[in-house]
Design a protein around this ligand. Structure first.
Ligand code: ASN
Length: 644
């Protein structure tokens, strides 16, 4: 009786675990075969009016409310998709935007999912901060928290949206733009003037536009999206407390405008152009300040402002950067402060324009050691100072030099020359043949031809041709009709120096072609190890789900293709990932008696005891098949003796 009870319990346990496995298997299989292309966005909800409610007659942030409310809004969440794909217990904060019906114009730039715009699906996960803050209550530590959350989730998401109050959004955007080094994905800050829960609200459009842009356009910058415009974050100022058009970018045109068409100024996109991985610098120096001079300001006031622990001052001067040159007391003070090691950066009090030394008054200031800050906004200048002064390993001299450099597109270093697209003979002759004459027509022609010309040049590793195309206005990350960029093509062809050139000019390692493949997949297919290393060093990660990666590894294992497995491994693949039958590459290599692969896998940490759906492990396969040499490789001398 007891035996029977034990037996039936064992059966129950076994059948339950088989059921569980089958259920998991179904999920995995669905994951492998789920062909719908998607992009994933992490939404960091920090607070702000967008999520506030009225309490005692004033707006206050309301915790644990946003996700629930968004879920009930069909423009933010496709409930049918959500019910089919998200687990209600563990994925309650996962939402799926409905598919866009209207065609988005991409200007030759692929979406991260690489598909035509009608087919994409943007999934987003909302992470709510605790406590939610009115942005007037935010400080530098909050900037570091946002940056760190982005860093922690960087590889798992295609882009980031930060829901934030408008009052200090320009400061946070500026700070994040510096803290996020070697950024390769979009980070978009947005918020609203009226809470999203109210009938009339700008929050819904701002949030939706941010998700659409972050999910479809690989703009590797910190941006602010407001009122149908997307600005470079460190160029923004909040200029209106009552209008929906709360932000202005006085010295730079918006990067994206959302009208019936979405237009992106790809030539204006700032790209880091390095081969280093994304990282964040959270050590921000708090000893910085903004000093706005005014007629009659006393030397005592300025001296008091410059006292320790002050390390960096943004000096807001008149017009084109002028300060009184008849005030020797002030000029002497600036000279002294510079000698004490304080960095002083000069920007204009005017909303629009830049500092220059066209006036004697501006020149006098320059001669005291004050650094000209070009056309930086006060927010950007302050954030840049805090970031640079936080670099403890840099000398004072280096910090001063970096202050006058354009680091993230925050200042215009030289008046950009009009690029003559007619400089390219091919464009010129095609334009003539087609009788095109207006600038718009020629720009359209260029945008249609250049991605293909770039890919053709990359295919043969012709760096000179790429440089010529770039100089005549070509977008280095533009994609052809298949969603492929010059970097995809150069990686496939194994042209190492072309890949280096492209990366140094800002080509993105994250762009997916229409098959969902990034340049890293091309490099793996071509088994170009040096290129794989370079891409990984630049922050590329394998864009496949583990199950799909396992299929690739198992397939290579079945063909004794050690080089392909090595290429996947170099690219960061876990050699123990399992396919839809829970089989890892080692299962397949053992069964097919591909001993070279078995040896490689064992040398690189493959497990011999992973159970597939039938309970078989690589070792049990070797035992059943009496593969003595494989068992020996696995260190199973005793098992070999036992079989013998
Ligand atoms: N006081 C609010 C904030 O900055 C203003 C807003 O979001 N519109 O959090």
């Amino acid at each position: 009786m007891a035996d029977n009870a034990d037996q039936s319990e064992t059966e129950l346990t076994r059948s339950k675990s088989v059921d569980e496995k089958v259920a998991e298997l179904e999920l995995k299989t669905r994951a492998v075969h789920d062909a719908e292309p998607l992009t994933k966005i992490l939404v960091l909800y920090t607070g702000g009016t967008i999520g506030m409610v009225t309490k005692n007659g004033v707006y206050e942030p309301e915790p644990d409310c946003m996700v629930q409310k968004l879920r009930a809004l069909p423009i933010f969440h496709d409930a049918e998709y959500g019910d089919a794909h998200f687990c209600p217990e563990t994925e309650a904060n996962h939402l799926a935007l409905p598919l866009l019906k209207s065609k988005l114009k991409t200007d030759g730039q692929p979406s991260p999912n690489g598909l035509t715009k009608e087919e994409f699906r943007v999934l987003f996960t909302v992470e709510e901060f605790e406590p939610l803050l009115d942005s007037s209550n935010m400080n530098m530590q909050d900037w570091a928290t946002i940056a760190s959350r982005i860093q922690d989730n960087y590889d798992q998401f295609d882009g980031f949206v930060v829901l934030h109050g408008t009052d200090t959004m320009a400061y946070t955007a500026s700070a994040l733009s510096f803290m996020c080094e070697h950024l390769g994905k979009p980070i978009i800050l947005t918020g609203s003037q009226i809470p999203i829960y109210e009938v009339r609200s700008d929050g819904r459009d701002n949030f939706l536009s941010s998700l659409i842009i972050a999910g479809n356009y690989c703009i590797p910058e910190v941006l602010v999206c407001f009122n149908e415009k997307v600005f470079r974050g460190n160029r923004t100022i909040k200029n209106d407390a009552t209008s929906f058009s709360a932000f202005k970018s006085p010295n730079m045109a918006p990067i994206v405008t959302l009208e019936i068409d979405i237009s992106v100024d790809w030539a204006g996109v700032f790209r880091s152009g390095t081969t280093e991985k994304f990282r964040v610098a959270t050590n921000f120096c708090p000893n910085v300040g903004l000093l706005r001079i005014f007629p009659g300001i006393t030397a005592q006031t300025v001296r008091a402002f410059m006292q320790p622990p002050m390390q960096g001052v943004v000096l807001q001067t008149y017009g084109a950067g002028n300060a009184p040159d008849n005030r020797q007391d002030l000029l002497q003070l600036f000279r002294e402060a510079t000698n004490w090691g304080i960095i002083i950066i000069n920007i204009t009090q005017c909303t629009h324009g830049r500092v220059s030394t066209s006036y004697a008054t501006g020149k006098a200031l320059r001669e005291t050691g004050v650094i000209p800050g070009g056309d930086m906004t006060p927010e950007a200048a302050l954030a840049k100072l805090g970031y640079i002064l936080g670099k403890d390993s840099w000398s004072l001299d280096k910090k001063r030099k970096m202050m006058s450099r354009n680091l993230r597109g925050e200042m215009t270093t030289s008046i950009q020359e009009e690029i003559s697209i007619m400089d390219h003979e091919l464009i010129e002759s095609v334009a003539r043949t087609l009788s095109l004459s207006s600038k718009d027509e020629i720009v359209k022609l260029r945008d249609a031809l250049y991605p293909n010309l770039m890919c053709a040049a990359a295919c043969t590793g012709d760096v000179q041709a790429l440089e010529k195309l770039r100089q005549t206005g070509g977008n280095i990350s533009a994609a052809n009709q298949d969603g492929r960029t010059a970097l995809h093509v150069a990686c496939r062809g194994g042209h190492f120096s072309t890949v280096q050139y492209l990366l140094h000019h800002g080509a993105s390692v994250h762009i997916k072609d229409y098959h969902g493949d990034t340049p890293l997949i091309d490099a793996i297919s071509g088994k170009h190890m040096a290129i794989i290393k370079l891409l990984v060093q630049t922050g590329a990660v394998i864009p496949l789900k583990p199950e799909k990666m396992a299929v690739e590894l198992c397939s290579a294992a079945s063909q004794n293709d050690v080089d392909t497995i090595r290429a996947w491994h170099e690219a960061g693949a876990d050699l123990n990932v399992c396919d839809y039958n829970y089989r890892a590459a080692l299962h397949v290599a053992v069964c097919t008696y591909n001993t070279d692969v078995v040896q490689y896998l064992l040398d690189n940490g493959a497990n011999t005891d992973i159970q597939d759906i039938f309970g078989n492990t690589p070792m049990s396969h070797a035992e059943k098949l009496c593969y003595h040499d494989i068992l020996k490789m696995m260190g199973q001398e005793s098992a070999v003796n036992h079989i013998e």
